[in-house]
Design a protein around this ligand. Sequence first.
Ligand SMILES: *Cc1c(COP(=O)(O)O)cnc(C)c1O
Length: 476
Amino acid sequence: MRYLSTRGTPDAPRLPFCDVLLAGLAPDGGLYVPESYPPLDLPRLRRVLAEEGYAAVAYEVLSLYVDDIPADDLRAICARAYTAEAFGDEAIVPVSELGNGLWLAHLSNGPTAAFKDLAMQLLGQLFEYELERRHETLTILGATSGDTGSAAEYAMLGKPSVRVFMLSPQGRMSAFQQAQMFSILDPHIVNIAVPGVFDDSQDLVKEVFSDPDFKQRYAIGAVNSINVARLLAQVVYYVVAWLRTTSRDDERVSFCVPSGNFGNICAGHIAREMGLPVERLVLATNENTVLHEFFSTGVYRVRASSETYETSSPSMDISKASNFERFAFDLLGRDQERVRDLFGVRLREAGELDLSGTPEFATIPGRYGFMSGASTHADRVRTIREVHDRYGVVIDPHTADGVTVAQGLLGAEPMVVLETALPVKFAPTIVEAIGVEPDRPARFEGLEDLPRRVMVLSGGVDELKAVIGASFRGSA
Ligand SMILES: *Cc1c(COP(=O)(O)O)cnc(C)c1O
């Protein structure tokens, strides 16, 4: 299996998995995608899940895409990533039925209580393995508004070949999220609070990335959602959720996915292309409706950060969906030239692209199964209350966006909503909805009282570079 860029030229090299693992974005600005989607052997996967569990299914799925890591090593990597210890349950991703054809796939039982852990835990193991094999180290530089930063830090804990510098907007993350990140005291993990909003942190990261000498000198890399390994790790839980919802291999299921960067649901698209019997892929947004707008009109119009609403499902407050280009690539018949023109030129110049009226756009519901919907703060609060009253289950605000949209689109087949975070991360909205504090899993007891380490950076990109440089000299 080789990987190509969505914007590549016919002569651009196609790379093996481990090269794209460490590369992130392709040099032409495109995203790496696998050159084909191999078919799933459903009867075999059903047996493997029953007999060996989640990590073995992860190995089966990943081995279709990874041929430059020996099979035994890849199996061991999956086993280390998906442990009952890290995910609190042998099932790793349990599935439960609410009622009326509505199900929940619980993706948020990992170390940081958000679905990002499922991909990050694997990424941490893959990085450690590949860096040791190459005798290299990596410096991860990123910006987070909440869930990604802590998932990345917990995944890289205790891995000496990886250093992490994570920027976050000072005082803007939830109290729980701040406690979760800043209580990490590993000397290889540096939390940096930046005055301003998320974009101010993001801009600093981009400035460092635009300095090739500095980037090369400190081997700076990224862990954002465009990393192809994160995408492939996410395909696994669609397969497992489908297996746990069905008893026959021809049963069809729909998924409803709370979406921001289009990463989670893009993995659903890949699973469906591999032959998973998925009836519909329902995309749910909050008040930031860029993606819902595309699927209902054919116009993809990105928004400026000043036009992005701050909502009570903050991990979906995104106005430029970085993984969307991967779906567009398939939709446009994998025509790299057209993707290059649309995403590399027109979107950059005009801030939008228009596929309405094209034959490709008309095929989306039938050929790809996509539907979409949006919800508001009032919807979220009402849905959290209704799900609690009717089923005795407390869901987080992002999952509530999914349930709101799913309820309007129920069909004959089971509708599985992906639970993307635990309610404890967003307690104020839960209290607003049902008047009581959400349950706190034992591993988070006393989290807010732990000692913290975070530095405040107000000196711009020069200070950031100095901090990174000094940390290397300190340990040399
Ligand atoms: C990241 C995140 C999302 C959005 O997922 P995408 O892959 O960006 O579409 C939804 N909910 C939660 C809790 C998240 O952390």
